[in-house]
Design a binder for this molecule. Sequence first.
Ligand SMILES: Cc1cc2nc3c(=O)[nH]c(=O)nc-3n(C[C@H](O)[C@H](O)[C@H](O)COP(=O)(O)OP(=O)(O)OC[C@H]3O[C@@H](n4cnc5c(N)ncnc54)[C@H](O)[C@@H]3O)c2cc1C
Length: 481
Amino acid sequence: MDARILDQFRSIIGRGLITEPSQLHTYECDGLTNFRVMPQAVLLPSSTDQVQQIVRVCNREKIPFVARGSGTGLSGGALPAENGIVISLARMNRILEVDLPNARVVVEPGVINAEVTQRVAPHGYFYAPDPSSQSVCSIGGNVAENSGGAHCLKYGFTTTHVLALEVVLADGSLLHLGSRALDRPGYDLPGIFVGSEGTLGIATKIVLRIVKRPEVIQTLLAAFNSTNEAGAAVSEIIAAGMLPAAIEMMDNLSIQAAEASVHAGYPSCGGLLLVELDGPAAEVEHLIKEVGEICTQCGAWEIRVAQSEAERAVVWKGRKAAFAAMGRISPNYIVQDGVIPRTALPKVMSEIDRMSAAEGLRVANVFHAGEGNLHPHVLYDGSIPGQTERAMALSINIPRLCVKCERSVTGDHGVGEEKKMMMSEMFAEPDLETMQLVRCAFDPQHLSNPGKIFPRTRLCAERTGPYQPHALEVAGVAQFF
Ligand SMILES: Cc1cc2nc3c(=O)[nH]c(=O)nc-3n(C[C@H](O)[C@H](O)[C@H](O)COP(=O)(O)OP(=O)(O)OC[C@H]3O[C@@H](n4cnc5c(N)ncnc54)[C@H](O)[C@@H]3O)c2cc1C
């Protein structure tokens, strides 16, 4: 990078500037390691003012920038832009305010998800969105990805819990979106920002809603011979009018991986359900029996209810470690993410089995079963010629399958770099066009995380209006993404 520009960055941030190639390697990818780009520099600001100054230089010099939290994203969202810089928010990691009477917490973006609950738990509160990566991922990353977790079935995704945001736009100006009130006049701009994957600007302060801990929490484990039987139980539980805090499912390969890693004591079975109920004691006691009966009717041959907080913690440790634990049973793996209707589970599982057999690769399945959010893990050995390519081909066909089932290419991991080409399979041209216009309103020069989410760049000066197909497309020679 031009020494003149580096000097400008250095004068803003001093020692928080990284340019050493050996150190830059840390930032060349996120949790999706198949995509790598070396950034020109990494900057670690410790205040909103520094973020603004850095972004102003980028704006003046036309340098693309990518915000980065903890780098645990699984869709390449924090992948650096070619010839761009990375702005890491890791040093902006303070909890600024805890307002218990109003159940609000104000944080900087680098605060780790689990730290919010740790701070408010002694007062009987928790922060509900709980991605399995919650011990390391940042609130800024959660906001950008609209992250979810096991307990989002009942409590909602990140977007339900973000009330207001302070945002640095790509020209360096400061914007305040939303308010501490639950309803506010005007457009739902925090709703637009949450899930925008760093393409609308950088969140530098976030007002979160926290939730009172319920009187009782009970967790039930049910072992089935297959994921189809377990899936039928999920449909029956929901059909009975219950809204459990969480319904998670693991197949046999995932159980093997979790057991090898954390020894959660799971039964060895084809499909394992974890159902958590919370609320007033009398209600939970009644409903947990009903859930047990439904599971038995659907073929469960072992039902266990965690008898203590410690037992409950171990049950969840196994589930939350499942992603990382895949390394115990396979040298390499790709985590996929897609949403299907719960009722399509048998059909989709047998199709994934067919694709897995055709490629000769194993697929382990962990689901947020209540939401129909699949997380298939394609297992492979990158040292065997051809396996990486086969794994990538198999992996990308899974979200394609989800679109065919009229749901989504992503549940909670985002589009990022990985799935941008699939957006045109899911959305019609006017839908994508409207999203692009929103993007242009926030960042007309496309400097903030360029090249993500959308299959192609829209120039903000382009005329709006109905899409006119190119002659080659009409002739069936070319495809428009
Ligand atoms: C083992 C494992 C388990 C996981 N489990 C889950 C899960 O259960 N649910 C789930 O939803 N995800 C899960 N993930 C994915 C990942 O943890 C989440 O997407 C998380 O929200 C990313 O946070 P991060 O701080 O690591 O963000 P990063 O990976 O650093 O960045 C993610 C995106 O956010 C943008 N960004 C970061 N900070 C800001 C900011 N301040 N302002 C604007 N944009 C910003 C980046 O540009 C990028 O586009 C898992 C990942 C792993 C490795």
